[in-house]
Design a protein around this ligand. Sequence first.
Ligand code: IPM
Ligand code: MG
Length: 361
Amino acid sequence: MNMNIACISGDGIGPEIVAEAKKVLDKVSSVYGHEISYTDVLMGGCSIDVNGVPLTDETIEICKNSDAVLMGSIGGNTSTSPWYKLEPSKRPEAGLLKLRKSLNLFANLRPAVLYPQLRGACPLKEEISAAGFDMLIMRELTGGLYFGERKTYEENGMMKAVDTLTYTEEEIRRIAVKGFEIAKVRRGKVTSVDKANVLDSSRLWRKIVNEVAEDYPDVEVEHMLVDNCAMQLVKDPAQFDVILTENMFGDILSDEASMVTGSIGMLASASMNDTSFGLYEPSHGSAPDIAGLNVANPLATIISAAMMLKYSFGLHTESEAIEKAISSVLDQGYRTGDIMSEGMKKVSCSEMGDLVVANIK
Ligand code: IPM
Ligand code: MG
């Protein structure tokens, strides 16, 4: 198969982790007889430095004309980086949001899995982590507070700021369908998370999710308020299969879910439109404090690349080969600093990439 990938290395640790994911993809392609070509494009702070804006039309076009997009991370230190002196619409994150919207990537899949080898890094009590967990957060990505009208203005001598949380029936329906479809091939349970005791947008969310649920009689559906969900994630994470939720709740809950797996350095993501096209990136940020030190954990990006093979190219065996290689490397006791525990062997970002490459069979 020929795979034509647009590659956004981005800022901070982005270039380091993407380099490792590329090494792994190249190895898989050579073992299984595929051709991969990469087109490097700028987005985020690095694009601001070169083009004055975080995302150019050229980058959007190249992404649109590729089969999938592989991304590292974007952004810098929000207190010290000059990028954050620019007006909000010119900052690195605005580029990412515009790219998600331009490519219509409304479905964001964030799997949070407790690897048995990393149980020691899980911050939860042993009686909780012993049960293990394997959940997938299906986060709506192109609506809600992130894309509603916003403004800051002065009224009667007082500053006022407004953000708007809007969802249409159609936006809710299409993400709900994605959630139920994936639950069908997982453990058959959808937990739809909202704040229906307060928000109108959540009451509509719940109504539409219930309507979609009627088409999936084999999938169990439950509704959970977001504050309760935040609590349940640390109390009993094993209860979750698919968590279906809106943009902002999904942003927050996915960071929480990743932390209970031991490290945000393990959390991959796929952002899809309604075709097989997707953008694949780790859920973590650009970690400017450790950029360039070769100590970042590249596994979330490597797992994202595995998701790309599966979801955009239907290459299940190849995707599993990467997952198995990661598992073997962890079995052999290799850890980057973020998932290090006593008795294990600490390795750098590039050593971790090399180890995964060496374990691909
Ligand atoms: C994420 C990030 C982004 C988001 C930021 C960088 C805009 O936190 O992908 O979770 O909030 O969606
Ligand atoms: Mg986030």
